[in-house]
Design a protein around this ligand. Structure first.
Ligand SMILES: C[S@@+](CC[C@H](N)C(=O)[O-])C[C@H]1O[C@@H](n2cnc3c(N)ncnc32)[C@H](O)[C@@H]1O
Ligand code: SF4
Ligand code: SF4
Length: 384
């Protein structure tokens, strides 16, 4: 027998033995025990499952010319808060609003390419600080888009509440309020710069105005906490403000692409995270990079919709290029390939981000039924 044949048959037989071992371990439910072999089996199961799912996702998006479901538009780059879970330490410029001229050009590109949902939110900025917020919402609704936005609630005076109620009547608008806390200390430790009583009143006023018109379902509350044991207190406080727990989600934060140290250092993958199962979860295709995309206030585009405030993952410029060229272009496609090769060398944000390990988000501590509408249950789900 030649050396090569000998080696090949040894490899084949060792592969056979390993696969039998996994089969045996699965049969004997070792996957659910905490032993090293149990963890190895679980990890292998996840690697196989994640790869199959990622390949389905790739096929789906390739067949629709790589168009994202939702495009986030940074109508305001400026933010008035410094929340403890947000990536503000990386911000190079805390000012700038997208012009209406550029905004209309962006919408026309999206329309040509059949993108149906625009998100007036992004990794940096409070949308309702833009002097054009009202126009931006109206224009997108008039153009037939579904419009979704977030707010830190501090700009919710009478004028913005009126704008939101009017948008809600379209039936194609929803808003997530970023709010948690049950007293001054617990709120202001997270939403740094917000005043607990003042912001609580504004959120309650918005809720009451929507409730009066039977439109309260457009408002959900997306709250962040570092301390899971206080979750119920956050939910109860929001109920005191008139917000049904069905419209509340409280979660631990992710690590904002490694910019914020949250949870514990997960030595198996070398990132900070609240996710508990990273030992057995593998790197996978980031959901964000395929389903969403971000256009900054100046028209530049990032492949990462939610964690790239500085253009680290820039893939083009919508003030000059078409959306189709950007998504089919070499820069974006190389990023997809890197995920599929499970090799993030050179992708400095993604390497440190906990989002692409295992299932996308950090632990959700409480989530009401209203959040069903945000779940992308299948690959055909085009709206958020
Ligand atoms: C970056 S903000 C931009 C919009 C607006 N300034 C606001 O706070 O709603 C968008 C959303 O990201 C959430 N967020 C910020 N940092 C996060 C983190 N590390 N993990 C999870 N969500 C985070 C905020 O709570 C907010 O709901
Ligand atoms: S989470 Fe929103 S409000 Fe808080 S700092 Fe980030 S962008 Fe500003
Ligand atoms: S893995 Fe990369 S693309 Fe995905 S959210 Fe994190 S930084 Fe953004």
């Amino acid at each position: 027998m030649s050396v090569t044949t000998d080696l090949t048959s040894k490899l084949a037989s060792s592969h056979f033995i390993i696969s039998r071992l996994f089969f045996w371990a699965r049969r004997h439910r070792l996957a659910s025990d905490n032993s090293a072999i149990g963890k190895a089996v679980l990890r292998q199961n996840f690697i196989e499952k994640d790869r199959r799912e990622d390949e389905d996702i790739i096929r789906h998006f390739a067949a629709k010319a790589w168009m994202p479901y939702t495009v986030l538009i940074q109508i305001s780059r400026r933010c008035n808060l410094r929340c403890s879970m947000c990536g503000w330490t990386a911000w190079g410029r805390n000012k700038g609003f997208m012009s209406l001229e550029l905004y209309k050009r962006v919408l026309s590109e999206l329309k040509i390419n059949n993108v149906k949902t625009v998100g007036l939110t992004n990794p940096q900025g409070e949308p309702f600080l833009s002097p054009h917020a009202e126009d931006c919402i109206k224009i997108a609704l008039d153009e037939g888009f579904h419009v979704t936005t977030n707010t830190n609630c501090t700009p919710l005076g009478a004028k913005n509440i009126k704008v939101i109620c009017e948008a809600a009547r379209s039936g194609r608008f929803d808003i997530q309020a970023s709010f948690s806390g049950f007293d001054k200390e617990s709120h202001e430790r997270i939403y740094v710069g917000s005043k607990f009583e003042d912001t609580s009143r504004k959120l309650a006023d918005l809720n009451a105005a929507l409730l009066a018109e039977g439109l309260e379902d457009v408002l959900t509350v997306n709250g962040i906490t570092m301390d899971a044991s206080t979750t119920q207190k956050h939910v109860d406080y929001l109920a005191e403000l008139g917000i049904d727990p069905a419209r509340v989600r409280i979660s631990n934060p992710d690590n904002f692409a490694g910019i914020v140290e949250v949870g514990d250092k997960q030595n198996s993958v070398g990132v900070f995270s609240f996710k508990k199962d990273l030992d057995v979860r593998s790197l996978r295709l980031c959901n964000m990079i395929v389903t969403q995309m971000l256009v900054y206030d100046d028209g530049k585009v990032s492949a990462c919709a939610c964690r790239d405030s500085e253009g680290v993952m820039e893939i083009g410029d919508l003030s000059k290029e078409s959306l189709a060229d950007i998504r089919k272009g070499a820069r974006f496609q190389a990023m997809i390939k890197a995920f599929m090769d499970r090799n993030l060398e050179g992708m400095t944000l993604c390497q440190k981000c906990d989002i692409p390990f295992g299932d996308s988000y950090s632990p959700v501590l409480s989530e009401g039924a209203a959040f069903e509408k945000y779940k992308r249950v299948g690959l055909d789900s085009e709206t958020s």
